[in-house]
Every structure is written in C-alpha cells, then in structure tokens.
Design a protein around this ligand. Sequence first.
Ligand SMILES: Nc1ncnc2c1ncn2[C@@H]1O[C@H](COP(=O)(O)OP(=O)(O)OP(=O)(O)O)[C@@H](O)[C@H]1O
Ligand SMILES: [Mg+2]
Length: 251
Amino acid sequence: MNVRPDFSKNANHAETAPAFLSVWDMHSYYGESYIVQGISFNVHEGEILALLGRNGAGKTTTLRSIARLDDPQVNKGEIWLDHQPLHRMKSHQASVAGLGLVPEDRRIIPGLTVEENLQLAQITPPIGWSLERLYDLFPRLGERRKQEGVTLSGGEQQMLAIARALARDIKVLLLDEPYEGLAPVIVDEIEKTLRLIKEQGMTTILVEQNAVRALQLADRAVILDTGSIVFDGSAAEVLENEGLRAEYLAI
Ligand SMILES: Nc1ncnc2c1ncn2[C@@H]1O[C@H](COP(=O)(O)OP(=O)(O)OP(=O)(O)O)[C@@H](O)[C@H]1O
Ligand SMILES: [Mg+2]
C-alpha cells in the first residue's frame, strides 16, 4: 500500500487537513524550457481550487503535469491523489486513478452523438454517473443526446466535455478555461452546474482567465507567476486584496 506523506507546513492550521490531492515540489520542462519551478499545493476533498495567474504563468502546464501527459516532462516532484502516487504513473494510469482533465480544446469525438461520446467514456457498468444522472445535471445534453457532439454550440460542447470526464467516475476534475469564448449566460449555466457537481462531492481545480468569476465559485485560490506560487489562500482573500489582484491577475 502507498502511504501519502504529510506535506502540511503547519499541522495546527485548519487549512492543512489531510489533502486529497497533493503536489509537492513539482518541476516541469518543455525540452530545455524550465516552466513550473518547484510548486507545492494541496487540494482538499470536495473543494474547488482556482488556479490563477497571467498568460504564460504556467497554469496549463501545471494541469498537464498533474495529468501526467507526455509533454511537459516532470523532472522532479511528487503528486499524490487519494494515497496514489500519480508521479509514478503514465497519463492513462492517472486517468484510471481518478484524474479527469478537460482541456481547453474540449476534444469532442467527431462522428459520435452526444450519448455515444458519453458511453465511450463510461466505465461499465457505470458506478457513480449514469447517463440519467448526467442528463439531470446537463439537461441540454439530454435534449441533444442523438445529435453529433461536434455540432453542439461551444457552451454545449464544454458541458459535454465535463460530463464525459464525470462519466469516467473520476475523483478530481481539472478544468482548463471552461468559460473561454462563451456568452455570460452560458457561463452562468456552467457555473451553476459546477456548484451542483461540488455539492455532490467532487473535487475541482479550475483554471480561468475570468478570475473574478472563478474566485466567486472557488473555496481557495493558488496564484502562479512565472512558474512559482505567489499566493495560496482563501478565494475571498484574493477578491478583497486589490494589490494582489492588480499585481498578479491584472484585475
Ligand atoms: N509545448 C510547449 N513547448 C514549449 N513551451 C511551452 C509549451 N507550452 C507552453 N509553453 C510555455 O510555457 C509557459 C507556460 O505556458 P502555459 O500554457 O502553462 O501558461 P498558462 O498559464 O496556461 O497561460 P494562458 O493563460 O495563456 O493559457 C509559457 O511561457 C509558454 O510559452
Ligand atoms: Mg493555459
């Protein structure tokens, strides 16, 4: 059995309850380019963590590193998910271990209907997320179940990408800019759904350019600047701290 190390910096602090996902001293490279420069943070079970920072700060690289994709290479560090050492896994193993990355480009499979996209992702028999449960969460997908996935609107494709991750019965949802390019009314709808998913116990890392939106939804925030963490604390604290927002988020 794998025993997760205790990464808490201060055992007396309420925020250092045993973490569900722990990233410890992670360093990531694209070839010679040193991008993520030794970051450590925790995500607790059932919370939404906003991972923020300016363009090029290293947010996508951090998500890809956690998901164990081939690029970037993680040269040093540990990543633990619910006692499982992700840093020793390939991406497909990390996926089986419960990691669900929804990339920016959504990757809906052409030629398949909404329902087929979901069925392909579903583990059989479905454990947590049946089609009915997914359609309850995303009524628009239920209405369009026979429509080809790639013909959905941008917002609906984002919903399908999230539903497809859930269908795999994941433990942690990693979202890379889910609101990008979507009308505010659709963002409202997705945000409402993310709240419902949280109420059902999901743990989420949310990367968003729309930092205010993300902070309003999130419990905690981690801010990256050129591959290093410059803030780790409550989301409310970032919303209240004008200096921090101006310096690292340009808002
Ligand atoms: N495949 C790659 N090869 C080389 N360098 C890369 C690659 N992908 C990203 N980078 C570089 O790594 C740095 C961090 O990029 P990353 O995509 O993680 O930033 P980000 O915070 O997600 O930015 P954005 O908000 O624009 O999405 C940038 O300097 C970027 O140019
Ligand atoms: Mg990015």
